[in-house]
Design a protein around this ligand. Structure first.
Ligand SMILES: Cc1cc2nc3c(=O)[nH]c(=O)nc-3n(C[C@H](O)[C@H](O)[C@H](O)COP(=O)(O)O)c2cc1C
Length: 337
């Protein structure tokens, strides 16, 4: 692992998961942690051009599936300028700014686990990585875990994260969760994180995870959402439903983290949901989180807003510095009735 003395000093352990510090990035927002295109880092925030990704506690990849998936967008990141108008049109049907956040329905578009492990992962060795895995059966999760085990020595990444909580692939993950936990968790050479949805029975899912030997929880994935064009009634997103992220979901994320603690869940929690400032991080720590994660805040902006990437990067660096200095806070006890 290539990292500096400072990073070693800041290192934190969540059970058997080693992070460089308590601020990580959420699945997908920084793509695969490295881009193939020199100019337009599709799937990689322009912010990433100004903040070395090795500074984060870990970078969580886009969710990877056994086979490549176009989803509702595209797996490519090598666009020509002439393709840009068509691309932006399609982009507008998978990602929309809404009040206080974003709804997206990319639908797990990704290059597939083999291409990731061959073409991207070897170029991310100076970062700490969490590899996000997604599938529609226990067998697919087992295959994904086996592929990661074969390509990545134990200790080289922070963890694998099981995404069984996404709304824009139109699948009821509660039907496979127990089998996934029973069959895929024990096979993994890497610590396993389970990513929870606020729309499922997350307290039950967290208890299932603890019983199955999962190392930590990520809370929360996006919240199932819908926006319609008020003139025509047509959904804004091509998938009709999407996942809501950003500031709007912060109170929901805080509720979920706090309820997990109230219900006696002791697994480490990585909180994600509307986090942008140091105060947001502190709130999540008070609620019971052990680490915090930047999602929409490291990538999403209006098109003109992307021009402000260097300023946003400065802000992200400030948050990183401050979170490194924060020691974990005692959890606030919950009033009894
Ligand atoms: C554009 C976009 C794509 C996302 N893709 C994934 C994904 O592939 N896998 C996943 O587990 N979560 C995905 N998420 C959810 C984020 O990782 C994060 O859990 C969620 O956005 C809440 O954090 P935030 O409010 O800070 O954005 C995605 C979110 C956004 C906005």
């Amino acid at each position: 692992m290539l990292h500096t003395r400072n990073q070693e000093r800041d290192e934190v352990r969540l059970g058997d998961i080693v992070l460089r510090n308590r601020l990580v990035t959420s699945s997908s927002l920084l793509g695969y942690g490295v881009a193939n295109a020199p100019l337009v880092p599709y799937g990689m925030s322009p912010v990433s051009l100004f903040v070395p990704l090795s500074e984060f506690g870990a970078v969580t990849t886009r969710t990877l599936t056994v086979e490549p998936r176009e989803g509702h967008f595209s797996t490519r990141d090598d666009y020509r300028l002439t393709e840009l108008p068509g691309l932006l049109r399609r982009y507008g049907r998978v990602l929309r700014g809404v009040d206080g956040g974003w709804i997206n329905a990319f639908g797990w578009c990704n290059v597939g686990i083999d291409a990731y492990l061959r073409d991207y992962h070897p170029r991310t060795r100076d970062q700490r990585t969490i590899i996000s895995l997604g599938g529609f059966s226990a067998a697919e999760f087992v295959t994904l875990v086996d592929r990661v085990n074969a390509a990545v020595p134990a200790g080289e990444i922070a963890a694998v994260e099981f995404n069984v909580s996404c709304h824009n692939v139109n699948f009821d993950f509660s039907t496979i969760l127990q089998d996934v936990l029973d069959e895929a968790v024990p096979r993994s050479n890497h610590p396993v994180i389970l990513k929870l949805s606020p729309d499922y029975d997350y307290l039950r899912n967290a208890r299932q995870a603890a019983r199955a030997g999962v190392s930590a929880l990520t809370a929360i994935n996006t919240v199932k959402a819908l926006r319609l064009d008020p003139r025509t009634g047509e959904p804004f997103l091509s998938n009709r439903y999407g996942g809501l992220s950003g500031r709007a979901i912060k109170p929901i994320g805080l509720r979920v983290v706090s309820e997990l603690r109230e219900s006696g869940v002791t697994l480490p929690i990585i909180a994600t949901g509307g986090i942008r400032t140091v105060a947001d991080c502190r709130e999540y720590f008070w609620a019971g989180a052990d680490a915090v994660s930047l999602g929409s805040a490291v990538w999403l902006a209006s098109y003109p807003g992307y021009a402000l990437a260097p300023l946003r990067a400065l802000h992200v660096r400030r948050v990183l510095r401050a979170v490194r200095r924060l020691s974990p806070q005692p959890r606030v006890s919950v009033p009894s009735h």
